[in-house]
Design a protein around this ligand. Structure first.
Ligand SMILES: Cc1cc2nc3c(=O)[nH]c(=O)nc-3n(C[C@H](O)[C@H](O)[C@H](O)COP(=O)(O)OP(=O)(O)OC[C@H]3O[C@@H](n4cnc5c(N)ncnc54)[C@H](O)[C@@H]3O)c2cc1C
Length: 411
């Protein structure tokens, strides 16, 4: 069976398709829209190699209810979504035990250290180096209390081998003069690289896939026909398609597809927002992450982008752009020189599991199905290594990373 059909042409699906193609498989990508137009379109652009820290840390049980009731908090839950999200939050609390946090951070880090190895051949092959920059990231703090709150997460990074430099406010402003005077401390993470446009990077990779003989089918997958050896046809809005081997890489929409294939996963849409500011009189060299405000800023190809917020709601529920306005206000306080109104606002659903780990592996039910989804805040970062791992599984090679922590049937 030398033919693969990858469902989902976000960054994860495109990287799976390219790595499979490199192993000699004939590959077809199927997406209901154009490549890279969902979560992969408007993210913050950081290759978050320092982001081994999971979403749920010890003490989350105390903090989350308070945050959900606070209208100014960056954590949001639509009340109509509570019954559906409750099992996710219960699992999130279970994942916040110190021993679990250590184990999850190690597992995340095991993928993160291969970010470069996963992407380099794809970016080089697509001649897409123009969309990548290596200027590092600054995490900012506006009070000693905020810095003290981050101690556990910083130590977790340090113990996982992340290189960090602690700066005072003036040192931070020497690197990034546009930063507010309120910033009194910063952590510099020089090894964090980024893309100056995640969508253009995804588009360049998808074009390279086609140039190398890959096919992209614009169709929504609505179901499967299952034969004696697993699914042998996908049912699409444009009619059925015969398939040999399948990869489910449909971001947050992988949940219903996996369920139809007999695997239940607690995948939720953790929706983030962005605001694009038009041209400014200054630039930002580093990506910025504010610990106090839970917003990130980065200089993109078309201007400065501010991102933030974790809103739990259905992936296709209409966005609430008042949330984007909150992101905009905080961005202006962190970087007071930001001028003008938002040129555009956007919402995208991070595909998140409660234990902050993706699912990467073979379907427990069907030998011809592979899963690659649930990369939460790190889908841009982990897409390259995820594709490499799926291609290794497909060829039967030993995998670069132990896939036990990412098993689809771990929940
Ligand atoms: C505000 C924000 C900031 C972020 N910042 C970062 C960051 O700095 N670094 C980082 O690493 N990550 C970041 N992320 C996370 C990252 O964007 C996601 O993890 C990543 O884009 C997920 O990629 P994906 O390919 O799994 O999903 P998606 O990009 O959502 O792609 C899924 C694709 O599947 C298709 N699809 C779905 N269902 C079907 C179907 N039934 N039939 C056919 N096609 C289907 C969709 O059309 C879509 O194209 C951020 C996310 C947000 C929202």
């Amino acid at each position: 069976m030398q033919q693969f059909t990858v469902i989902g042409a976000g960054l994860v699906g495109v990287c799976c398709a390219l790595h499979l193609q490199r192993e000699g498989f004939t590959v077809r990508l199927v997406d209901k829209g154009a490549p890279g137009m969902k979560a992969s379109f408007g993210n913050s652009g950081s290759f978050g190699t320092a982001s081994c820290v999971p979403f749920a840390l010890p003490g989350v049980l105390r903090k989350v209810p308070k945050m959900l009731l606070d209208p100014t908090s960056p954590l949001k839950l639509r009340w109509g979504h509570v019954p559906k999200a409750l099992p996710f939050f219960l699992r999130l609390v279970a994942a916040s035990r110190p021993s679990r946090v250590e184990e999850i951070a190690r597992a995340r880090n095991a993928l993160l250290v291969h970010t470069h190895a996963g992407y380099a051949p794809l970016i080089e092959g697509a001649d897409a180096g123009q969309w990548v920059s290596d200027d590092g990231l600054l995490m900012t703090f506006e009070s000693e209390a905020a810095f003290a709150n981050a101690a556990y997460a910083l130590d977790l990074r340090r113990r996982n081998g992340v290189h960090m430099d602690i700066l005072d406010g003036n040192e931070a402003r020497q690197i990034e003069p546009a930063l507010s005077k309120k910033v009194i401390k910063a952590v510099s993470l020089p090894d964090v690289h980024r893309t100056i446009d995640p969508w253009r990077l995804c588009d360049a990779l998808a074009r390279d896939f086609v140039r190398r003989g890959g096919e992209i089918v614009a169709a929504e997958v609505k179901g499967f026909e299952i034969g004696a050896d697993g699914p042998n046809r996908i049912v699409t809005g444009r009619g059925p398609l015969d398939v040999d081997r399948l990869v489910i890489a449909a971001g947050v929409w992988s949940r219903p597809l996996a369920a139809e294939l007999g695997t239940s996963v607690p995948l939720e849409a953790e929706r983030g927002y962005h605001v694009m500011f038009g041209p400014q009189e200054f630039g930002l060299k580093r990506a910025l992450v504010s610990a106090d405000r839970s917003v990130s800023l980065a200089h993109m190809h078309e201007g400065i982008r501010a991102t933030g917020v974790a809103e739990f709601a259905g992936p296709d529920a209409p966005p609430d752009m008042r949330i984007a306005d909150r992101v905009m206000r905080h961005a202006r306080e962190l970087v007071p020189g930001l001028k003008g109104e938002a040129a555009s606002k956007w919402m995208g659903p991070r595909p998140s599991h409660p234990d902050s780990k993706p699912v990467i592996g073979r379907s427990p039910r069907h030998r011809n199905v592979y899963f690659a989804f649930g990369h939460d805040h790190l889908g841009l970062t982990m897409a390259g290594i995820t594709g490499k791992l799926v291609a290794e599984l497909a060829t039967g090679k030993p995998t670069t990373v132990d896939l036990e922590p990412f098993r689809p049937d771990r929940f």
